[in-house]
Design a protein around this ligand. Structure first.
Ligand code: IPE
Ligand code: IPE
Ligand code: MG
Length: 237
């Protein structure tokens, strides 16, 4: 008797290897980033096929500001072009775009394009597509702590009543379930400051494939691997 495949409710992806892919093909780094758009589309298609509710992509870390200005500028331009061109297709497919991270550091242009795309896709109820932009876990937890401390200082919150739910609710991800599966491409085996709180019990999967080569079949492989994992959450099973 065949058993139903276990499907994660939330998959989070660290898209890594664009630069190495570009170098391998004799291209500029920004061309590697541009080649990283199609695998996002492929992952969204696959997620809808599986009925996965949430798909998060690490697109720009707080640390990535330290890259050469030319590369940072190209990435900002790519985010704008992407949300402009992809929004109609997201709407057609019932995909809701959201962002996490501190967007105050982005230019007005980037922020307004993102806000418009979020607004125009707000009714999407098949899949929530979350872009982590100027995101890092430590920054997110620091901002959340500041907010909680301010509420406590104002007398609106009793410090004794602060629990895990208080912190979860103050994070950028408050509305979303924790990721069940974190995928990082390119063979690197680290989290690089991504969803450290939320991924406490996530299964981790590190395929060798460089992000621009990540296809729907690669996504299928990740789901098959997830299905083979035995999630125990500290219990005896
Ligand atoms: C990931 O690819 C994309 C971003 C960080 C924006 P990289 O640009 O890190 O690619 P590698 O690691 O240099 O190959
Ligand atoms: C992590 O990739 C950040 C994103 C994918 C946006 P990096 O390539 O920046 O991470 P490190 O420097 O290898 O840890
Ligand atoms: Mg990298």
């Amino acid at each position: 008797m065949s058993q139903e495949k276990r499907i994660p409710q939330h998959v989070a992806i660290i898209m890594d290897g664009n630069g190495r892919w570009a170098e391998l093909h004799g291209l500029q780094r920004h061309e590697g980033h541009a080649a990283g758009i199609e695998p996002i589309r492929a992952s969204l298609r696959a997620a809808i096929r599986y009925g996965i509710g949430y798909l998060t992509f690490y697109a720009f870390s707080t640390e990535n500001w330290g890259r050469p200005a030319q590369e940072v500028d190209a990435l900002m331009e790519l985010f704008c072009q992407c949300v402009i061109h992809e929004t109609p297709e997201l709407q057609r497919q019932g995909i809701r775009l959201r962002t996490i991270g501190d967007n105050t550091r982005f230019s007005e242009k980037v922020r307004s394009h993102l806000a418009r795309a979020e607004e125009q896709t707000a009714a999407g109820d098949r899949l929530t597509f979350i872009l982590a932009l100027n995101y890092s876990s430590r920054d997110e937890i620091t901002r959340a702590t500041r907010q909680i401390a301010a509420r406590a200082a104002a007398g609106a919150l009793d410090p004794e009543r602060i629990d895990e739910a208080t912190l979860s609710a103050a994070l950028d991800t408050a509305e979303y379930p924790d990721p069940d599966l974190v995928i990082r491409t390119s063979g690197e085996k680290r989290l690089s400051n991504f969803l450290l709180w939320q991924a406490s019990y996530a299964e981790l999967y590190f395929p060798q494939v460089l992000w621009p080569d990540f296809s729907e079949e690669e996504f299928d492989r990740a789901i098959a691997e997830y299905d083979r994992r035995d999630r125990r959450f500290g219990l005896v099973k």
